[in-house]
Design a binder for this molecule. Sequence first.
Ligand code: SAM
Length: 269
Amino acid sequence: MPSRRPPLLSEASFASIRQRVMQATGVQLADDRRTVIATRLHKRLKALGLASFEHYLDLLDSPQGTNEHEQLLRLLVARDSYFFREHRHFECLASWLAELDHPARLWSAACATGEEAWSLAMVAAEKARHPGWEVLASDFDPQLLESADNGIYDIAQARYFPEGWLTRHCLCDVGEMAGRLCIAQALRERVRFQTINLIRPMPAYLGSFDVILLRNLLSSLAPRYKSEVLQHLLAHLRPGGLLIIGHSESVHAPGLPLRPLLPSVFERL
Ligand SMILES: C[S@@+](CC[C@H](N)C(=O)[O-])C[C@H]1O[C@@H](n2cnc3c(N)ncnc32)[C@H](O)[C@@H]1O
């Protein structure tokens, strides 16, 4: 009978897995994640009929390894999100967009399954002074973007919505959509999804944004990638625009053209 317990994840195999994740995404898996990682990958080993992590690493290095490498990243890189997470950011944006004297370009730069991008779109639809706003939503993982672009979520997520916004911006809980909410067409027309790996050079045609959200990724990046990612993004944030990071994150990069406005909200100088 196959063991329920993960096989031993040696120091060397753990280091190799961490290195692969970091090289692909910049994410540094913490030292104390060895048991969690072994448990997550154990399911994958069982599905593939492999007896050890060393065999798994051999598979990753083989010509068939490319797809498996994507699976590895999906299992180990955090992707949690929900609508209106850290709601003070959206309150701050609501008043900022109400004052903005041109159509806003907004970027959710590590959008996971899309909740952040759709929340941004709802705030813009409700509050922006100029109607021609648009949202770019990006992530390194195209599978996440596919799900984000579908715009269908469990109805339980509606508990985070401001009052009245669910019915204004979603179809929900009827017919085929029982138990689910579906983002309405009017918002879909304004949100564009694009695969962008923030540790790689940025696509040239991105243009300049008024607001960039980089929330709940910075804290898991290795130090050298933190400043690299910030520099990549700031090159696309116009002077006077806002960079918003997660509440529990910080920007320790002296010399960056940023002025703190509120905790976790910065103005581009
Ligand atoms: C914890 S989620 C945060 C989602 C959302 N920003 C929020 O705060 O709810 C982190 C996201 O960062 C993405 N990510 C990790 N490394 C990345 C990279 N190098 N480039 C782009 N996205 C990345 C992950 O795929 C994941 O979707």
